[in-house]
Design a protein around this ligand. Structure first.
Ligand SMILES: C[S@@+](CC[C@H](N)C(=O)[O-])C[C@H]1O[C@@H](n2cnc3c(N)ncnc32)[C@H](O)[C@@H]1O
Length: 274
């Protein structure tokens, strides 16, 4: 597609799905959309936009394609082990009831993995776990606590499966006690206000396709949301470009601690430019 067609489909997607493609890497997104439109059998971008107008099912497919909801319980298990053995015990020294945000939580596997871990580490403690996503379909499954298919469960040790899940009709469901520990809501990280006063933010595999400007703005948002000594947990293949400028200290691969409280001047400039 050319730039005029890209502008046209960006506007259409924004009006039908609220997703703002200006926050994504342009050339990568154009390539992905070209492939998607080709597979849709529409003759071109203009015809595809017309199809979107008339077919809510096509809008749903496109939204799923853009949001990429792939996830699983205890994804990148070794990183969850660092969380369990090092990061959480350190955070619990400052606060026995943690305030946590799972941003871009997809179908809920990530915040439920965390809730399981906390229930094991601190039985009876009243942590606050918020979990958000832009995609209402994913949130519906997350709030229902399932169904989760066996392949998504491959990293969950058997004793935890027995304690926190019910198994029926070849699917797993989160038990009610665990389900009530998480508050799910719809939230767009490129537009909506971020929660504050957080001990831990988990945002993994969400911003990988975002432009550097959008990522910088989001990282500054995370920085503002965290308490001093709060920790940001990112995805296994991600790096934080402006970590040092923001005053984030890299603790382990994928874990960054907010280690100062003054607003970083350099990042203010970066973000106001965006
Ligand atoms: C690949 S999944 C990652 C799920 C989980 N964090 C993990 O690592 O397994 C990416 C999720 O980010 C969500 N997402 C994409 N753009 C978003 C935005 N602007 N605001 C909030 N969530 C977004 C998608 O809907 C999707 O559920």
């Amino acid at each position: 597609m050319n730039e005029i067609e890209y502008d046209c489909i960006k506007r259409k997607i924004r009006s039908l799905t609220k997703i703002d493609l200006n926050c994504y890497k342009t050339s990568q997104m154009m390539r992905r959309l070209d492939g998607f439109i080709l597979r849709s059998k529409a003759a071109g971008v203009v015809q595809y936009c017309q199809q979107l107008e008339q077919d809510p099912e096509e809008v749903r497919k496109l939204r799923n394609f853009l949001t990429i909801n792939v996830t699983e319980f205890f994804r990148d298990y070794s990183h969850f082990e660092i969380l369990r053995k090092i990061i959480l015990p350190e955070l619990l020294k400052y606060s026995p009831a943690l305030n946590i945000w799972s941003a871009g939580c997809s179908d809920g596997e990530e915040p439920y993995s965390l809730a399981v871990m906390l229930a094991e580490l601190t039985p009876g403690a009243k942590h606050r776990i918020m979990a958000t996503d832009i995609d209402s379909e994913s949130l519906h499954k997350a709030m229902s606590g399932g169904p989760y298919r066996p392949p998504e469960m491959k990293n969950v040790p058997q004793p935890l499966l027995d304690r926190y899940f019910n198994y029926t009709n070849n699917s797993y469901w989160i038990n009610n006690r665990l389900r009530n520990k998480i508050v799910f809501s719809q939230h767009d990280m490129t537009r909506d206000r971020f929660p504050v006063n957080l001990d831990l933010i988990i945002c993994r595999n969400v911003t990988i396709y975002f432009s550097n400007e959008a990522k910088a703005a989001i990282n500054l948002g995370f920085w503002n949301s965290l308490k001093k000594n709060g920790v940001l947990f990112i995805g296994a293949t991600e790096t934080m470009l402006n970590a040092g400028d923001l005053g984030f200290e890299r603790l382990h691969s994928c874990f960054y601690k907010k280690n100062r409280i003054a607003v970083p001047e350099k990042s203010k400039i970066l973000v106001s430019a965006y």
